[in-house]
Design a protein around this ligand. Structure first.
Ligand SMILES: Cc1ncc(COP(=O)(O)O)c(C=O)c1O
Length: 401
């Protein structure tokens, strides 16, 4: 559901959403972000079974959904906790009752690190645990400073878990595999409020490589890099408690490696249109699409129809949304960008017909994480997209950057 007109207060919007609970799917105004909670439940069960079979733990990435309500569902299904990417996401999770959180990202701003340190103390008081990634001596030093200040001002003696990130081919954050990582491990161990928790090795570029065998080859190299680095750390007499990483595209490889102890996949819960184009590895559980933009046909031309969901309703960095087959009683439809508020629908087969004016079209976003980021609310539906009812709405507080 799009951001409310400014004259509506947040309370009024919440009231409108509350009134939707128990109403049929047809009552959801468009465009709206809708979560099929039955499909979410099945995806979570399949992930839990997969992780159990491979004797790895899973820590779902909450950057996908940004919702503490969905994070709690993940923990109920067996996740050890969640990953987040931002300080504000960690704060929203704690406020929503999630107490085992890993910020799988680097922070160096003292203001943000002060918030992280405060959060570490709050979580510890609630028997939880906060963790964070680092890739620089400066980041470690500032984190230690923030933790010491929080100890001095607020009392408590919380310890934060710290993972050293190695760059295993993504070319983003992380030090190169090898000695630089060992130097950072020593740096962490100089500070009492920091505890070396292991290595982070996330290969983001491998996730969307279409060929399953090419993904396997890329993660094979990742595993070699991790083994090499871990041996160097252990040679100093320092145990490496955990190796964490993996996304939806490659997780079968990390799970089977015997090296990774934790999977960070996030998108598997919603499964966007882009991930559906990956060649499925035989070992990969079947994950269903569970995140949709509900839209309505608002105009019909000679050779096209127009729906009310443009790129303000879904992210297009990974391509256009796919039209859900539910709308294809009259044959498959293609979606083309019609601008901010419009989507152009065309028939995609000779025998297909355009949808009629006023009909509902369900879109499967190309990329789920930034699509969620465009909306203030998601509406949970149970019982299917045709005859189901709204059961919950999940709003997240727009975060402090
Ligand atoms: C560090 C890290 N871990 C895990 C993930 C989860 O990946 P996915 O949503 O593709 O499963 C991401 C996604 O970008 C990430 O940046």
């Amino acid at each position: 559901m799009k951001a409310p007109p400014s004259e509506l207060t947040r309370r009024q919007v919440h009231e409108q959403l509350r009134l939707l609970v128990g109403e049929p799917v047809s009552a959801i105004d468009t465009p709206a972000l809708v979560v099929n909670l039955d499909a979410v439940g099945r995806n979570l069960r399949r992930m839990a079974e997969f992780a159990k079979k491979h004797e790895v733990r899973w820590r779902a990435h909450a950057k996908t959904h940004k919702s503490s309500a969905l994070a709690r569902l993940q923990v109920q299904a067996g996740a050890v906790g969640v990953c987040v990417q931002k300080t504000s996401e960690a704060e929203a999770m704690v406020a929503g009752g999630v107490h085992n959180i890993y910020i799988s990202n680097e922070l160096v701003a003292p203001g943000k690190l002060a918030r992280v340190a405060a959060l570490a103390h709050r979580i510890a008081a609630e028997n939880g645990q906060l963790a964070i990634a680092v890739d620089s001596a400066l980041g470690i030093h500032r984190l230690a400073q923030a933790m010491n200040e929080a100890r001095a001002t607020g009392g408590g003696s919380a310890v934060i878990d710290v993972f050293v990130e190695i760059d295993v081919g993504q070319g983003r954050c992380g030090v190169p595999p090898g000695r630089q990582a060992v130097t950072l491990v020593h740096e962490i161990r100089k500070h009492a409020p920091l505890r070396f928790a292991g290595l982070q090795a996330y290969q983001g570029k491998a996730q969307h490589v279409r060929s399953a065998s090419e993904r396997r080859a890329l993660i094979g190299q990742v595993v070699q890099d991790v083994i090499f680095t871990r041996k160097l750390v252990e040679a100093e007499g320092i145990p490496v408690p955990l190796v964490t990483g993996a996304g939806t595209g490659s997780m079968v490889c990390e799970a089977a490696s015997g090296v990774f102890g934790e999977l960070q996949a996030g998108s598997f819960m919603f499964m966007d249109a882009d991930y559906a184009q990956n060649e499925r590895d035989a070992a990969q559980p079947h994950f269903e699409h569970a995140l949709f933009v509900k839209s309505q046909v608002m105009s019909v031309g000679v050779d096209h129809a127009v729906c009310d969901a443009g790129h303000k309703s879904h992210a297009i960095d990974s391509g256009m949304p796919r039209v859900h087959p539910l709308a294809e009683q009259d044959g498959p439809l293609s979606y083309a960008n019609g601008g901010d508020e419009h989507g152009i629908l065309r028939t995609a087969a000779d025998n297909a017909r355009l949808p009629v004016l006023g009909s509902t079209v369900w879109l499967i976003p190309g990329h789920c994480d930034p699509t969620v980021n465009l909306h203030d609310h998601m509406i949970g539906v149970k019982g299917g997209l045709t005859r189901g009812v709204s059961t919950a709405s999940s709003g997240w507080t727009p975060a402090v950057p």
